[in-house]
Ligand binder design. Sequence first.
Ligand SMILES: *[C@@H]1O[C@H](CO)[C@@H](O)[C@H](O)[C@H]1NC(C)=O
Ligand SMILES: *[C@@H]1O[C@H](CO)[C@@H](O)[C@H](O)[C@H]1NC(C)=O
Ligand SMILES: *[C@@H]1O[C@H](CO)[C@@H](O)[C@H](O)[C@H]1NC(C)=O
Ligand SMILES: *[C@@H]1O[C@H](CO)[C@@H](O)[C@H](O)[C@H]1NC(C)=O
Length: 200
Amino acid sequence: MYTILETLFVIGCVAFASGEQQAVVKIVNNGTSKVDGVVYFKESTNGILVTGNITGLTPGSHGFHVHAIGDISGGCLTTGAHFNPKNVSHGGPNATVRHVGDLGNIEADETGLAVIKISDSIIALSGENSIIGRGIVIHEDPDDFGLTDASDSKTTGHAGARVGCGVIGTLSESSSANTVRSTILVAWILVVFACLVRTL
Ligand SMILES: *[C@@H]1O[C@H](CO)[C@@H](O)[C@H](O)[C@H]1NC(C)=O
Ligand SMILES: *[C@@H]1O[C@H](CO)[C@@H](O)[C@H](O)[C@H]1NC(C)=O
Ligand SMILES: *[C@@H]1O[C@H](CO)[C@@H](O)[C@H](O)[C@H]1NC(C)=O
Ligand SMILES: *[C@@H]1O[C@H](CO)[C@@H](O)[C@H](O)[C@H]1NC(C)=O
């Protein structure tokens, strides 16, 4: 009897754990560049895992940021500034002071391919730091992390033109589906608990 109850409990926990959110962004060119790709965002124990492949870049480092506005109707220029809900200075991804959207640089090889694998504990897929519905911009130049004398170092990282961009969309089940899942889990736990009490 206990084994069955324990199994049910574990199944419930696994069902709950698999409710982690995921998001995706299709990166498009800026009208004249050749930039293309897809980036995924997934909740993990180390924060948000960011993975993806971008092609069509010039070799080297390119600033990679979440921008505040999820609007690419005017190319990459209508995505606003870096997503910065706390209105603080720009910084590198590991800096204590940074915009929420400051994900640093991605590195393109000599063929123009950047393979992205970043873990970030500041961006989120829910709550006030949620990046869902916001923009992603890949810049022409490296992000200087706010550390140089360039006049725009502390706002944009002096990363130059916007060569590719996209709008971050959810890749998860609807939140109502998650609510249903959570309700079923709670009901399960109550049933298991009631059975335990009866068998004691
Ligand atoms: C688009 O990207 C190219 C680099 O491929 C850049 O030279 C150009 O300035 C960018 N256009 C805009 C409008 O940002
Ligand atoms: C990136 O491309 C490699 C193959 O070049 C592939 O193995 C990997 O799964 C891709 N990553 C993503 C996140 O699409
Ligand atoms: C953000 O901070 C700057 C100074 O760093 C200030 O000029 C600006 O008004 C602030 N914006 C908001 C919306 O608080
Ligand atoms: C930030 O810290 C992580 C983990 O230590 C490291 O892998 C990454 O290279 C750092 N990023 C920068 C831009 O220094």
